[in-house]
Design a protein around this ligand. Sequence first.
Ligand SMILES: *[C@@H]1O[C@H](CO)[C@@H](O)[C@H](O)[C@H]1NC(C)=O
Ligand SMILES: *[C@@H]1O[C@H](CO)[C@@H](O)[C@H](O)[C@H]1NC(C)=O
Ligand SMILES: *[C@@H]1O[C@H](CO)[C@@H](O)[C@H](O)[C@H]1NC(C)=O
Ligand SMILES: *[C@@H]1O[C@H](CO)[C@@H](O)[C@H](O)[C@H]1NC(C)=O
Length: 792
Amino acid sequence: MFATVLLLLVALCAQGGNGEERGEEAQRPGHVTVVIVGGTGDLAKKYLWRGFFELYVNKVKGGNTFSFYGGGLSPADKGKPALFEILKTLSCSKDISQERCALLKEQFLRLTQYRELKTLENYQKLGKDIEQDLKQEGMTEAGRLFYLSVPAFVYADIADKINSSCRPTSGAWLRVVLEKPFGHDFRSAQVLASQLGGSLKDEEMYRIDHYLGKQVVAKILPFRIENKKFLDPIWNKHHIERVEIVLKETLDAKGRIAFYDQYGVIRDVLQNHLTEVMTLLSMKLPKNLSNSEEVLNNKLQIFRSLLPVGKKQAVVGQYQAYKTEVQQELNKTKDHVSITPTFAAVLAYIDDAQYEGIPILMISGKMLDERVGYARIVFKNDVFCVQNHNSVHCKPKQIVFYFGHGSLQYPAVLVSKNLFKPVLKDAEWKEVTEHKDVNVLGLSITDYYVHTPKKQREAYSELISHIFAGRKNSFISTENLLASWGLWTPLLSSLATSFPRIYPGGAENGDLLDICVKGREINYNSEVVIISNDQMGGTSAKGFQVMQGKFRGTDMVSAWSEELVNRLAEDLQEAAEAAVRENGVFHLALSGGSSPLALFYRLALHHFSFPWRETHVWMVDERCVPLSEAESNFNTLHDHLLQHVRIPYHNIHPMPVQLNQRLCVEEDRGALLYENEIRALVNGSSFHFVLLGVGYDSHTASLFPGSKWDEHGKKLVVMTESPNKPHQRMSLTFTAINGARRVAVLVMGKGKHELVTQLSRVKDNPDKWPVTGVKPASGTLVWYIDYDALLG
Ligand SMILES: *[C@@H]1O[C@H](CO)[C@@H](O)[C@H](O)[C@H]1NC(C)=O
Ligand SMILES: *[C@@H]1O[C@H](CO)[C@@H](O)[C@H](O)[C@H]1NC(C)=O
Ligand SMILES: *[C@@H]1O[C@H](CO)[C@@H](O)[C@H](O)[C@H]1NC(C)=O
Ligand SMILES: *[C@@H]1O[C@H](CO)[C@@H](O)[C@H](O)[C@H]1NC(C)=O
């Protein structure tokens, strides 16, 4: 039976169309070709064909004609039957009669064919065939949709083939859909984005996060807009106690370990799904929800105001059986240890006037007690009930976006009755008033106003209809993707050596994974840490203590990079507190470059205890570029530190590299201006603390090898030339640096090992090795060198 249907399918495809639809030709906006690359894979089997069938059912009356291709690596004799097996199971929604459904399905099958898509020739043939069919049928083309349901490492290659041989005829659109993972950190995401950018335009790429197609997730913004008059007064730090975004799974990672062990829960769930929900909850409301550019831009703003997330803002766990699964699936020996987290709870803060101080918790894990996803906004309750604790106004006040599963079993938006009665102006949603008796996050269902979609739709079907309509606001733009990786990458690297807490899985976890938030930090609530000896592997011998020693005859502190940065931050704070006690003010001069970034993160995180109000921040050096540009040292300092701390504006002293609307022109005397500012404000022109880095060529500040530094005399600030672009620099001189009370030189990373070795041997010769000219006259010099740089 199935052989005959297949024959029919092939025969009719060769004719390129379908008689019934031809009658509607006049109204046709055009023909759409859909190609699912990986069309017989798991995702296609479970969701994609259903989604495209639904699209076909909904749009076939709209005047479009379609053809569908399932592409795979297998030759046609294997691929065709596999595809047919999948298509056979398609079904319609309940509101379509059986006869009509059978008819639609038959049409859909006729319009669908299998294609081997492996080589460039395969793609060229596909491109030619599509064009020939269009010509034969005299159809105008509306567009081509390629859905890449394949591993990410082949994206760039396929995109290139599509660009070279399957672009549509002029005037028609091209849309290429991609599934996560989009890289595994900032750098790799950037590389992938730029590879894809060579073949596809930004507007042609649709990066899918299926969470954004979930009905309740898609409802967050409309809900916030429709209930603006209730929410405006309470959607802020004065009323919100905390926000929780949670995705719990009961499944393990079995069968997917080869993928999962490279990623872990943070990359798999937090970086994408939970981050997207977080931005929807906190972003500025767009004036126009259908304006993709505005929606994506407002999301991007949230990334800009998030405080950096560090190790102290995360706890990680791993279910007990994971280790054995890894050993089996990756064919490892019994002493192999994986520290990939399968559970994580992360604490984020948005540093703006509306939300500052509100803890935002993002939590996800495998092998937990139940399968559920939700976002909950818990409001402060300032009512204290003396007698009747069951009265409604004593109960928790919360809004819950319930994505599905869990105790409720259906997606819903729930608002506790002591908040307000929400409005949902959407004919496709209804209020639920009859419920079975369930408890949702600490409240009985009857304590909520509950709204649910009248008809549940698959996230993929929803997003496929958005792709068809060219609506980009529920997809991830390149900019937003990189911003998200910018948030998560530092945390991922700081967790690279952290041992997860081992948990048994399921109900047995008990309260082992409960977390507590104190100040800006998050910890497991219980002290028990079950790490068996073999989980620790051989690494416990590594020793994380700080080493004290001498380098070039002066003090040196050395440790693993994170410990080193902590120590430097502590020393810096101690110096600041001492200076404020003695002089009422702390003058700090900071360098550019990448080494201090980790220090800036640390300072931003612990900014409450630092005397920022009494601190003046000066620049050690600056590039001759506008301060607003990413290359500017001041810009980096601003983005990573200054904007997160409470420092008075008039205490901030950028170098005046731009005067009279031009950059670093001699006669504008920028250097002299800065020097005079130092002389006017800094007692004896002696900074309390100067932080320096050192470049591969041993330059420090912007003092490069090959200059005659004696010629600066008593000058504090000069213009210098860098061998690298931008060549022009403004820099403190050795006179200014060596006048400081305390100078710290921070050296980090394996790449600096050779330099450190060399520096340990050479004599002072600032013209050749500038950093050797750092010799505070009456202050102290301390080298902070991490183990990577020291030991290689
Ligand atoms: C696509 O390929 C053409 C050459 O066939 C190339 O000129 C173009 O830059 C590529 N990329 C895009 C986005 O069109
Ligand atoms: C909202 O944006 C969409 C898409 O950009 C546009 O078509 C529509 O006219 C806009 N609506 C309003 C009221 O501006
Ligand atoms: C598994 O490892 C053993 C020994 O390390 C090796 O002999 C065997 O070929 C490996 N099997 C696979 C499937 O990689
Ligand atoms: C300036 O520094 C000198 C020592 O260098 C100190 O005696 C004096 O008190 C300082 N003045 C102020 C205003 O802090």
